[in-house]
Ligand binder design. Sequence first.
Ligand code: SF4
Length: 575
Amino acid sequence: MPKILRVNMTTKEVKFEDVPEKYAALGGRGLTSQMVLDDVPPTCEPLGEFNKLVIAPGLLSGTNAPSSGRLSVGGKSPLTGGIKESNAGGISSQKLGSMGIKAIVIEGKPAEKGSYMLKLSEEGAELVAADDLAGKGTYDVTKICRERFNDKVAVITIGPAGEMLMPSAGLTNNDTEGNSSRYAGRGGLGAVMGSKGLKAIVIDCNKTFDAPVQDSDAFKVAAKKFTKILLDHPVCGQGLPAYGTNVLMNIINEAGALPVRNFSKGRFDKANDVGGEKLAEVAKERGGKATHACHPGCVMRCSNVYPMPDGKVCAPIEYETAWCFGPNLEISDLDVVAKLNYICNDVGLDTIEAGCTLGVLAEAGVIAFGDGEAAIKALEEVEKGTPLGRIIGGGSAVAGKAFGITRVPAVKGQGIPAYDPRSCKGNGVTYATTPMGADHTAGYAVTANILKVGGHVDPNKSDGQVELSRNLQVATAAVDATGLCLFVAFAVLDNPEGVPTIVEMINAQYGTELTPDDVIALGQQILKVEREFNAKAGFTKADDRLPEFFTTEELEPHKTKFDIKDEELDEVFNF
Ligand code: SF4
């Protein structure tokens, strides 16, 4: 029987509970968002005793459905003040699914100072003192835990940024090779974990694909069909496995939607120097890997392993990270980008937020655009907890206020990722309206806007963008509930067999009789739940807007402004 593991950090009580009927058919983001709405007072202090951290594998996690090992982490965000689901790869989700753990709920807050570790195995779960891990970076924590227990354990941990309660701190999972680099980065949930005195969760279980499946023959057929759908698609089966997500650098640059110099221009003449092709070449030269899987069973393998000149390994450098530390800061040295990425991974900071924040600091003249060494020095302040370090850990909106900068690329306090909303307007609609704060993964309109996947909607025009973003936000919420990697969407959008095959896998696993329409209804329901939480937390239509400068400043090379009207943005959730 699936269980919920509830950990009370006030009393230190750890107990397994039966799953209430209401949650039985939910998983991943569907479950974390519903539990947060049900159990977290929307106006509570995000770093206080009433917030909860909910960690849930997806509905298909723990099976051998391809690329189904994504983990959802939910709670009230200290960065946005609203609901948050942050989604990560790594090996923990498959283990939790195999162990029948529907969710881990971390609640309460210890009265005394101290660090704890939650140790979970098939024998049970216990909280143990972990003061020896306090203040350590995530790479050290993961290494210590793998040495202390065994090299198969999954380690979910925070770095010093989370312990110092910085609003853009994330929590990380180790990948298949033990690197602590698969981040639930966005929205500051690492600080929520830190506020509860929890430094790490160790999952000691050798199972990977052991989740119970009711009709295993039907499941095998559907999983095989879904694998073929993914591998037959040019993006999922060829582009991602060859160059990883950073293959997008040159594509987005060519489209004129690459945010450069803190969103001042749409093209960077040195984009190729930090793009996926260059990354693959250097990684291979140095004995790294151009691509690898972040969890067992991923067939798209978009991740990479990048050896740095100092002998350390940065894994992976994703497109959004290469962008925010590269073109966004006018830096074209891949080793500098890797170093900034590594510092964030180790200290436990969301890379996108850190990159946006450094862009704001450059706008303010605190560091210079193009000065990689200055960017590294600034980011090193985070671990020291200096005033500048804490401003950086506070995120882009905090940095803007601290230095009097109004060109801050953030919505609901969260930094805007690697696609300029003036020349990828569908993403602009998503950034403005998603309950998560600016988030490209919440409704990735780059598909139809730029990649021409699932149709084509001109990225520089306003026509059709609201409908595109609406459909993608609904579909994404549903995919995030399954535990499938969002990148399956490329194939699913182009192949009419995609959604029905996902439904076949779920039905075979749970003995249900869902239809594709039920999946759409699930996505809509998740968005309604998240918007209800945000409304109760005080969010209004005024929060569903982009920063003013996107509507007043033209973006080169297409001379575009964000011109989708407020009334149109207010229509996104009319379903
Ligand atoms: S496609 Fe990439 S991010 Fe997605 S599960 Fe596979 S390796 Fe992880």
